[in-house]
Write a protein that binds this ligand. Structure first.
Ligand SMILES: NC(=O)c1ccc[n+]([C@@H]2O[C@H](COP(=O)([O-])OP(=O)(O)OC[C@H]3O[C@@H](n4cnc5c(N)ncnc54)[C@H](O)[C@@H]3O)[C@@H](O)[C@H]2O)c1
Length: 436
């Protein structure tokens, strides 16, 4: 019998999201719909995935939750914070991602989830203003209020464990600075209202300080600074960031490894998007877009390794644009034009036109990140959970280690980590023994 390295998932798991916008409400409504048999959790590895165990001749391919103990859908409870007062039914209706007939069937469950008052500062998201905000205090006092919120939520909902996934807006671009280096400097900065500590970092601090696993679905620094890694080590907390890997970047990290594997060259990769949801409105501000741009631009460089292959990728021109276009709502359109070259340098082009639905792609990632971080906590894994890079556009990695962006390598790592926690042999795909 395999010896599972994680404690069982008993009792209820609370999933808290700072931000109850399009992604969070699509996630919550989706889980409620799945519980009631009104839909399928498509896109979720934890709900639909199987995993091969042992030798290929054994044909053992159980579901993930038969290999490791995951919290069950029926044991999930949802809550969150937002600067708007709409309950989840109202917010999901406004987001207009899901069909109103579906939302009406789960109206009672969704209306019962009301946002707690947000830690919000317009300096970091200029395009938003809302009434449901905690009154000013030092940043440390605000963090303490968040910790009280979490304790109350946990008690009110009889939760055994809680995880937090940031689903709030993308904040303005902030670079790592001195205040982010140690727990001591961060706590000092919280007490002195240091401007480099954005609201998302205050939520992350509150969670990690309490030992609550934290994932960051946006490209803000949040838990991706040395101080937060140090705090996570101190409190035994798993963390993962940043920025959900959903539409265009998902495609990019699928295509680029394929082109690279065949040593086809790339002269240029132009990516543009039109979208009209609130996220699009926030990203229309250049300071907020900059945070997203940095997150989106990083992926090709690591996958293609232009330093090793200057003749193939040395002069590649990579550009990413996001255009706010209200008629599209959440139904984003992402175009990619890729100028590639083959044998003797002959040019070719690839065009991708992805008519996607942003929140439909993001919702299963929130679920998987929450369940897998909860698993990590029960397996006593702390600090950066690099095996969750699969879900993230700009994955956090240990100091001195470059992040892995190739979706297939990320998926192998994810599956091997599940095997490892499940007490099973990891698989390296060598397979020579089949031919001995
Ligand atoms: N949908 C995707 O495919 C995708 C992919 C990657 C990243 N993201 C990121 O996920 C986040 C959520 O996306 P969305 O489409 O749901 O956006 P949204 O604008 O619909 O929702 C974000 C919500 O967060 C709230 N908010 C902002 N600051 C807050 C704070 N300090 N505290 C509490 N609430 C706060 C806003 O009021 C809003 O309701 C964004 O940062 C987005 O960039 C989304």
């Amino acid at each position: 019998m395999a010896e599972v390295k994680a404690k069982p998932a008993t009792g209820k798991l609370g999933i808290l999201t700072p931000g109850l916008g399009a992604v969070a409400t699509t996630f919550i409504a989706g889980c409620v719909a799945v519980k009631k048999g009104l839909g399928q959790p498509i896109g979720s590895f934890t709900q639909m995935g199987t995993i091969r165990l042992g030798k290929r001749t054994e044909i053992r391919k159980p579901n993930i939750n038969q290999v490791v103990p995951l919290a069950q859908m029926d044991d999930l409870v949802f809550g969150g914070w937002d600067l708007f007062e709409d309950n989840v039914y109202e917010a999901a209706t406004n987001a207009a991602v899901l069909d109103q007939r579906l939302l009406d069937q789960i109206k009672d469950e969704l209306s019962a989830i009301k946002p707690m008052k947000a830690v919000f500062d317009k300096t970091y998201v200029k395009r938003l203003e809302g009434p449901n905000v905690k009154s000013a205090g030092t940043k440390m006092e605000l963090a303490e209020q968040l910790m009280e919120d979490i304790k109350k939520f946990k008690a009110d909902n009889n939760c055994e464990r809680v995880v937090m996934v940031w689903c709030g807006s993308t904040e303005i671009y902030i670079e790592e600075s001195d205040v982010h280096q140690t727990v001591a400097s961060l706590e000092e900065g919280l007490r002195n209202n240091h401007p480099d500590i954005a609201p998302s970092m205050i939520y992350a601090y509150a969670a990690v300080k309490m030992g609550i696993p934290y994932a960051n679905g946006a490209p803000n620094l949040s838990c991706d600074v040395p101080a937060m890694v140090e705090l996570a080590a101190q409190t035994g907390t798993p963390i993962a960031g940043k920025d959900f890997k959903t539409g265009q970047t998902l495609m990019k990290t699928v295509l680029a490894p394929g082109l690279k594997a065949r040593y086809l060259g790339i002269d240029g990769w132009f990516s543009t998007n039109i979208l009209g949801n609130r996220d699009g409105a926030v990203l229309d501000d250049p300071d907020n877009f900059k945070t997203k741009e940095v997150s989106k631009l990083g992926v090709l460089e690591q996958i293609l390794e232009p330093d090793l292959h200057p003749e193939l990728y040395g002069d590649m021109y990579h550009k990413v644009r996001i255009n706010y276009y209200p008629p599209r709502g959440d139904n984003k359109e992402g175009w990619d034009n890729i100028d590639i070259k083959g044998w003797l340098g002959y040019p070719m082009q690839i065009k991708v036109d992805f008519l996607c639905r942003d929140s439909i792609l993001a919702a299963p990632l929130v679920l998987d990140l929450a369940l897998l971080l909860d698993l990590a906590k029960r397996a006593e894994m702390k600090g950066i959970q690099e095996w969750l890079s699969f879900y993230l556009k700009s994955p956090q990695a240990a100091k001195g280690l470059y992040p892995q962006h190739d979706l297939f390598k990320q998926f192998e790592k994810l599956k091997n980590t599940v095997r490892h926690i499940g007490g099973e042999d990891i698989i390296n795909h060598l397979g020579l023994d089949y031919y001995e």
